[in-house]
Design a protein around this ligand. Structure first.
Ligand code: FES
Length: 167
């Protein structure tokens, strides 16, 4: 077990205990990098610089390696997300079936680009690779729930529904 000295971030004791348990099944602590980043995502919904440094110290790996992994994998967010994340599949079947039109509608409706939270912090739009439901292209995920056979009208109505939710 590694004692982490960083005071700017810490994972919950429960998450640390789970990682320590997992460490017994991995050949090296460095191999825990992806699960450790998932624990950070579960707790914070994104991975801050402070969290990356904490993970580097916890696993005794260079911080540059952690930054590299967070930057490489699309599923780790290095900026705070909006409350609702709308992901639009951009891979071939969805692209052919109109993913760009859905993205255009989202940009127009929400007034933000990709990966930028809206000013009220409610939404963020992301492009993602194949979601594995190509027969229902174009496919989106709203807060990780699938939405099949999407159209610009359907995605607009999703946004309207979520906008009406109370904070
Ligand atoms: S190409 Fe979009 S779900 Fe497979």
């Amino acid at each position: 077990m590694t004692e982490v000295t960083s005071e700017k971030f810490s994972l919950s004791a429960a998450a640390v205990a789970e990682l320590e348990e997992l460490a017994k099944r991995y050949p090296t602590r460095a191999a825990l990098l992806l699960p450790a980043l998932w624990k950070v995502m579960d707790q914070e919904h994104w991975v801050s610089l402070e969290a990356m440094e904490w993970v580097a110290e916890f696993l005794d790996v260079p911080a540059a390696r952690v930054y590299g992994v967070v930057g490489f994998y699309h599923m780790y967010l290095d900026k705070p997300p909006g409350k609702h994340i709308i992901e639009v599949c951009q891979t071939t079947a969805c692209a052919i079936m109109g993913a760009e039109g859905i993205l255009d509608t989202l940009h127009e409706t929400l007034g933000v680009g990709l990966e930028e939270p809206t000013a009220d912090g409610r939404f963020m739009i992301r492009r993602v690779e194949c979601l594995g439901a190509c027969e229902h292209a174009p496919v989106c995920q709203v807060d990780h729930a699938f939405r099949f056979d999407m159209t610009p009208e359907k995605v607009k109505s999703e946004v309207e529904k979520l906008s009406q939710e109370k904070e």
